[in-house]
Each structure stands twice: as structure tokens, then as C-alpha cells.
Design a protein around this ligand. Structure first.
Ligand SMILES: [Zn+2]
Ligand SMILES: [Zn+2]
Length: 560
């Protein structure tokens, strides 16, 4: 068991005690020990084995025995009793932005709210109005954030599931029992939020495969149901492995990949041709399934709507951008601000990937937590970059900055400082709670600054953690087009911002897009393909994306 998990249990105990109303020495000592363990360099489990827990200042006899109990059983009696007494779900209230420990306690005692379901009932029934400290604005914020949480319940982000999905895929592919295998469902369409992990396989004996899978650490709760293996990974996230024969494989792959609307539009086409009962899919590859209906092949990530079927009929399917079209990454951080690696190390990795040019864009001065650069440090970084650029071959390094858009829409550097830079990414990192009119005005003002090239992570969303801030996307897109500013698809797995719907909207209006990793380490430069997926799902071709430009084309575009 990791330090993090043990620390979380102590943190939960402290929170439960506070909600209960025990504002005591005992509660504070749990809070302290949670922080202590979280920040501890050594492994708690190892310390326990060596009988050295008490050598850590702050761990007394009571905490020692509870830690050992947690290490041995995964929990402790005291924690379980508290959960029974107060209700374990009450802690979920703390996930809502706008509810801290004090307001959770008030909700608990004043209106008996013990879970998110209770909270929803209270919000809808207008019960919160009567509690002190819950003004109309707070209630609105709570409602908004609760909706966000409800929407994502049970779902996971692509970046979180993909590593374990690939592991399971690899194990099955190596297994002699499995003759054929593909991902399917929302993972095969590369949705950024997943509801389940689905695979299609050809396997002669599911029960032998089941017993093999049950020996794995990555996967649990397995059963066979209607020629599928059902299981779970990662705290209850559902896994579904569909079994097919060689003849039904593509049919199953095809029908589990497409969204219902797209599948129906394809079935309707087949019906019109007099083909019925899905027999037309039998024994065919996916390419053959489309060809048979006089359609070009439609890639999985576009199989969502009827619209795409209609476009396919008139041969107007967009020619989607590929990862190999990308020549540059224009937003990344180094150890000058909050990145892990040096400029040199970022350059080395970017060269290995094969980029023609990159922009180093560390944070600006107002991002204090991120160790943002003031103009003096920025100038010496520019100097270092120019110098390095002279000395290396095969890749151009542009000097840039990710400049904060301040509350009033001003940028964090003067135009005089910005004029020294090759690339300016302007981003919002503060005051997310503004209303739509003010936030839209703020973004447009930044876009209108003549030195801004790219609007960074335009909606500010953090997948499943923070909703988009209030803004009018159409107005922002129009301003970006009018001022020749590219809108970013930030490829960081926790963001993927813009999402595909707004990307498509921007594309239809004629905006330019920039896909960047916002890498905070050399390793993160690999995220580019996640951004490309979003771009493809937003129907972008390479002409829409400034990262496909050569450096000369890019400089030309900058003169816009
Ligand atoms: Zn940023
Ligand atoms: Zn950034």
C-alpha cells in the first residue's frame, strides 16, 4: 500500500471528525499525520516492516497501531466505525467546488445532507436557501459543479485508462488462445472521456481465457455472459471483451465501434439497397462493408453521426490530419518555470521526434506558483535560446512565452517585451469564475493584442475536474479569425482543450488551430498524438493546423 493511500485514509478520518463536529486535538493530529505521510520520502510500508514507524516525529503509539492495521487489512476499525456513524458518502460533498469542510458540516447538521444524491435533492428543492452562508451565487456554483460531477459519474479520462488498456491488449495479443483482437467502443473512437473499456476478440475457449485473466493484477471481478467476458479495472471501471468468430469479427467490431446514429444511417443505406438482416456485414472486412454500400472507408473516430454518412455519399469526407503531418510543437515548459527538464533536454527530445522547430514558452511573471519569468529572466532565457539555436543543427528553437491573460484582459508583459518574442501563447490561469460576458471580453481583448499568436487552452477545462469557464465560443472564434490568432488544442491528457465539438465549430468558421503538448517534461512531448485525435474528431485537415507549416510558412503566417 502506498503512502498516498494511507495518507488519504487519515485525511478522511480527519474530515469525518470535523464534519461530526469534533474540533479537537484528535482531529488535528490526524490532519497533521496525513500531511506528514503524504510528504514523507521513505515508504511507510518499509518503515513498518523495519519497526521504525515511531522514529518519525509525529507518529505516536495510536497512529502507529492504526498504520499497521491499515497496512495489514487495507483499512482500520476506527475509520470503518466513523463511516458507519456519519455515512461514507458525506465525503463526496467535498469534491464539489464551493463546498469546503465547514459548509459540508453545515449541510450535514442543518439539512441532513449525507451524499451527492441528497445534495441534488436539496438544490432542486430550494432547501439550501435557508442555510446561513449559502447565498444565491454559491448555490448556483454548487449546482453547476454538481451537474459537472453527475455527468462524469463512473467515467474516466482517456489518458488515465489508455496505459492499462494497452497492457491488457498486449497480454491478450500475446496469448495463443486469442486469434484476433482490436479495441472497440468509445476507446476505438478515441473519445476523451470513456464509459468502458471494450475489446473484440476471436477466441475458441472463453473459459480458459477467463481463468488466465483472473491471474492478472490489472483486472478483476470477471464473469462470462452471452459470449462476452465482463470485468473491471481501476476501481470499478467496466471492461467488456466481446467474443466473435472469424466470420462475425468485423461485423461485431463495426457495430460496437459506431455510435447508434451512425450505425443506423449505415443500416438504412443497406436497407435501401435491399440488403437486410445485417447479412451484408457477414464475413466482410470493415473496408468491404463500406465498399459494398458504395462508400469510402470512414475512420472509427468519425463514426458518430449520420452527417458523416451523407458526406461520404458525396465523397466529401474530410482528409484528416495525421501525426506525421506535424512539424512543430509551440507550447512547452522548461525548468525555467514549472517544467522538469532544461531547454537543451527539450530540444534533444524534440529533435528525436523529428520536429523542424519548437517554441519554448515558459510561464510569465503573474503565474507565481509556476515560477513564472519576469522580463529580466525572460530576456536572459531568450539570449540562451538564441545562443543554443546558433549551435545546433536540424531544428530551430523559437523563443516564446505562455503569457497570462490578466483579469482585465491585459497581458502579463508589455508590448515592448512581447515584441522580442517569436511566439506568444496567451492563456487564462486565474479568475476562472467570471461571467460569460466578462470572460468573453477578457479573451477577445487578449486576442486583439497584435503580438498574440495562439490562445492557449481556450476554455480552461480540466477533464472531469473543472468545467469550461463561462464564455461565448462563437465570439471568441470570430475574434481569433479577425485577428489571425490560432486557437489551441492543448494535448495535455488532463485538458484536451479545445474539445472536438468546438474544434469543428472553429473549423467550419475558418479558424486556424494550433496543436501543442504544453509539455512540462521531455517525456510529455509524446502527448501530441492525443491532440491529433481531438483534431481528427473535430474534422481538421492539415491545412487548418499551423503546426504543419514549415518554419518559413510559419513566419509568413505570423506576418498576417
Ligand atoms: Zn497554461
Ligand atoms: Zn502551459
Amino acid at each position: 500500500m502506498t503512502n498516498e493511500k494511507i495518507s488519504q485514509i487519515f485525511k478522511n478520518i480527519s474530515n469525518l471528525l470535523q464534519i461530526k463536529g469534533e474540533n479537537s486535538y484528535r482531529q488535528r493530529s490526524y490532519e497533521r499525520v496525513a500531511t506528514l505521510i503524504e510528504e514523507l520520502q521513505q515508504s511507510i510500508a518499509q518503515l513498518a516492516i523495519e519497526d521504525n514507524l515511531r522514529t518519525i516525529p509525529g507518529i505516536g503509539q495510536a497512529i502507529e497501531s492504526k498504520t499497521i492495521e491499515i497496512l495489514e487489512t487495507g483499512t482500520c476499525k476506527f475509520y470503518e466505525e466513523l463511516k458507519c456513524e456519519i455515512g461514507a458518502d458525506v465525503l463526496s460533498l467535498l469534491q464539489i467546488r464551493g463546498i469546503g469542510i465547514k459548509s459540508a458540516a453545515r449541510l450535514y447538521h442543518d439539512v441532513n445532507i449525507k451524499s451527492l444524491v441528497d445534495l441534488r435533492r436539496a438544490v432542486d428543492g430550494g432547501l439550501l436557501k435557508n442555510i446561513s452562508g449559502f447565498g444565491q451565487k454559491t448555490i448556483q456554483t454548487i449546482d453547476h459543479n454538481l451537474q459537472h460531477l453527475e455527468f462524469f459519474e463512473g467515467k474516466r479520462i482517456l489518458g488515465q485508462i489508455l496505459p492499462i488498456a494497452n497492457e491488457i491488449f498486449g497480454i491478450l495479443k500475446e496469448c495463443n488462445l486469442v486469434k484476433q483482437i482490436d479495441f472497440t467502443g468509445d476507446l476505438r473512437r478515441y473519445e476523451e472521456i470513456l464509459q468502458s473499456l471494450e475489446l473484440v476478440i476471436v477466441c475458441d475457449d472463453l473459459s480458459i481465457l477467463l481463468s488466465l485473466l483472473s491471474t492478472l493484477d490489472q483486472i478483476e471481478a470477471l464473469e462470462i455472459k452471452d459470449s462476452r467476458i465482463l470485468a473491471e479495472i481501476s476501481n470499478g471501471f467496466p471492461v467488456e471483451i466481446h467474443n466473435a468468430t472469424r466470420d462475425t469479427y468485423s461485423k461485431l467490431l463495426f457495430s460496437t465501434t459506431a455510435e447508434p446514429e451512425h450505425l443506423q444511417s449505415i443500416r438504412d443505406l443497406a436497407n435501401n439497397k435491399g440488403l437486410t438482416k445485417d447479412e451484408w456485414m457477414h464475413g466482410k472486412t470493415e473496408v468491404e462493408i463500406y465498399t459494398q454500400l458504395d462508400l469510402p472507408y470512414i475512420v472509427p473516430e468519425l463514426r458518430k453521426s449520420k452527417k458523416i454518412t451523407d458526406l461520404a455519399l458525396t465523397d466529401e469526407i474530410p482528409d484528416l490530419i495525421e501525426l506525421s503531418d506535424v512539424r512543430s510543437d509551440l507550447h512547452m515548459h522548461t525548468n525555467w518555470s514549472d517544467g522538469l527538464n532544461s531547454v537543451k533536454e527539450m530540444v534533444k527530445t524534440a529533435r528525436k521526434i523529428g520536429y523542424n522547430f519548437i517554441a519554448i514558452t515558459d510561464h510569465s511573471q503573474s503565474s507565481r506558483i509556476a515560477n513564472g519569468l519576469n522580463s529580466t529572466r525572460l530576456f536572459s532565457q531568450i539570449e540562451q535560446i538564441r545562443d543554443l539555436n546558433e549551435r545546433i543543427d536540424g531544428l530551430d528553437i523559437l523563443a516564446g512565452s505562455e503569457v497570462d491573460i490578466l483579469k482585465d484582459g491585459q497581458l502579463d508583459f508589455s508590448d515592448q517585451v512581447l515584441s522580442k518574442l517569436d511566439v506568444v501563447v496567451a492563456s487564462v490561469h486565474s479568475n476562472f469564475g467570471m461571467n460569460e460576458t466578462d470572460m468573453t471580453k477578457r479573451l477577445i481583448q487578449a486576442i486583439e493584442n497584435p503580438f498574440v499568436d495562439i490562445l492557449g487552452h481556450p476554455t480552461g477545462r480540466l477533464l472531469m475536474r473543472r468545467p469550461e469557464y463561462a464564455l461565448n465560443p462563437s465570439a471568441v472564434i470570430d475574434a481569433a479569425i479577425a485577428n489571425g490568432v490560432a486557437l489551441e488544442i492543448n494535448a495535455s491528457p488532463s485538458r484536451l482543450d479545445l474539445g472536438p465539438d468546438i474544434v469543428k465549430h472553429a473549423r467550419d468558421k475558418g479558424a486556424m488551430i494550433s496543436i501543442n503538448t504544453d509539455a512540462h517534461s521531455a517525456e510529455n512531448l509524446d502527448y501530441m498524438w492525443l491532440g491529433i485525435n481531438v483534431a481528427r474528431r473535430g474534422w481538421l485537415n492539415k491545412e487548418n493546423v499551423i503546426n504543419t507549416f514549415t518554419i518559413n510558412e510559419f513566419q509568413e503566417w505570423k506576418q498576417r
